[in-house]
Design a protein around this ligand. Structure first.
Ligand SMILES: [Zn+2]
Length: 458
């Protein structure tokens, strides 16, 4: 059965590409209210398209923000597993337009790449799975698994509609595993499966010294300056070895075991390129860990901003009343973001000199994720990618977050298989975004193999 679907895919590449160009030509920019109608149009285009390839109950659900598109095909029966495929049809704004070599919403093929806003993030990637489904339904009139799509329109703005929607439709969205392609591979011939995502804990600190700004000539020397107090506090948050000093911070961190270390050491990571991209001569981080481990598998604490006192032109001899900082931590599996926020805030209050007052607030939080690499779904994804791309995928951890993965875990109780089809030079969120077309075609085939392997297991 997969071989027929694969043949069909290869015979219809041109049409598949034409259809992707239609989708990319809709400027569904979620950040700009002027594109509200385009967002609606993209959602409706998907509903019509999913219906036309044979998916059942395709519809666009209104939300307080942008519509959420769902569709399903459940005719494989109760004995077969159910896959939930997530993607997003909204795109980033195209500005600055004058840096584009072709119109962002008139998709253009140059070489092996399709240029257009959203081509890679995420229209091309989600469309690969849609075409895999079509290739099955047009040849076997059936899928080897039960399958559901959820495609949202607020990913690029971190919109609030998705979580309540998942919460309210738990039964409709129930599945055995989720599949997401909204990230990138390491090289065109080297696929990757991400199994770790970091969480986030983000707080703001306000340090108050004197009740009002004071003249430093009259008061300086005898009043604790809140900027100095804040500087001392934050300077003490890490030791010389780059370890975070907040008591309890590492208590729940799941250690990197030897097996995983060996796996990460095999990921082709170029430290010189990393330094070039960062614009630094030397790296600095937690002692005892490689740079790749530091940026993906270990928790961090970073100062995102610090301000206070006089910052205008020239001089003003003020002894300020207040000083502020924004501090965030990237978290790894098993660290609870509520708990870390609280530990950090309590610690800052505890270490403050008694002459100042400290107030803190939590700004944002999310849990880290670590997915078992040995589950049948992960192994099926690994062999599906190997069949389609000719090389075994490497397992990687992402340093950032994909919040929907935690939502699916917590609300539906399912793990996600993260198979990126983009490339790191796809210019996501930048001018001249592109999608590498061999990844599109191989992505369709990988998706076909994945569904077939998962379906065969039971
Ligand atoms: Zn995306």
């Amino acid at each position: 059965m997969p071989s027929h679907a694969i043949q069909y895919t290869r015979a219809h590449r041109e049409r598949y590409l034409d259809e992707l160009k239609q989708l990319v030509s809709i400027p569904s920019i979620s950040a700009q209210p002027a594109h509200k109608a385009d967002i609606q149009r993209a959602a409706q285009w998907l509903v019509d398209h999913l219906t036309s390839i044979g998916m059942d109950r395709a519809r666009a659900w209104p939300t307080s923000g942008q519509p959420i598109v769902t569709a399903e095909w459940l005719r494989a029966g109760d004995g077969k597993p159910t896959i939930l495929i997530y993607g997003h049809y909204d795109v980033q704004p195209a500005d600055p337009i004058d840096l584009w070599h072709s119109d962002p919403f008139t998709p253009e093929i140059r070489g092996d790449d399709l240029f257009g806003r959203g081509a890679s993030d995420d229209k091309g990637q989600i469309f690969a799975h849609i075409k895999a489904v079509e290739s099955f339904l047009k040849t076997a009139s059936a899928l080897p698994v039960n399958l559901k799509f959820i495609i949202e329109g607020e990913e690029e703005v971190g919109g609030p509609s998705l979580d309540p929607f998942i919460e309210a439709h738990q039964a409709d969205l129930a599945a055995d595993v989720a599949l997401i392609s909204d990230s990138h591979m390491l090289r065109p011939d080297l696929p990757a499966i991400a199994y770790g995502l970091r969480g986030l804990s983000y707080i703001q600190v306000e340090v108050t010294g004197p009740a009002t700004d004071l003249h430093s000539g009259s008061f300086g020397g005898a009043v604790y300056n809140p900027i100095q107090a804040l500087a001392e506090m934050i300077a003490s948050l890490k030791d010389r070895d780059g370890r975070i000093t907040v008591p309890g911070f590492y208590d729940k961190v799941r250690p990197i075991d030897a097996d995983e270390r060996a796996g990460l050491a095999n990921v082709p990571f170029n430290e010189d390129q990393f330094k070039r991209e960062a614009g630094v001569d030397r790296t600095w981080g937690e002692k005892g860990y490689s740079v790749l481990e530091q940026i993906t598998a270990r928790p961090t604490l970073e100062l995102n901003g610090i301000w206070g006192g006089y910052q205008g032109e020239g001089s003003k001899t003020v002894l300020p009343s207040k000083a502020y900082a924004k501090i965030s931590c990237r978290l790894v599996a098993d660290q609870d973001h509520h708990e870390i926020s609280q530990l950090l805030q309590e610690h800052l209050k505890r270490i403050a000199p008694p002459q100042v007052r400290v107030e803190t607030q939590t700004l944002h939080g999310g849990h880290g994720i670590l997915i078992d690499r040995d589950t049948p779904a992960m192994q099926a994804a690994a062999s599906a990618l190997e069949k389609a791309f000719g090389n075994k995928p490497v397992f990687i951890r992402e340093g950032g977050s994909i919040p929907v993965v935690a939502s699916l875990k917590h609300m539906l109780g399912i793990d996600t298989v993260l198979v990126g089809l983009g490339l790191s030079d796809d210019n996501l969120h930048a001018p001249n975004e592109k999608f590498h077309l061999p990844n599109f075609y191989r992505g369709i085939e990988a998706s076909i193999h994945f569904m077939s392997l998962i379906g065969d297991e039971q």
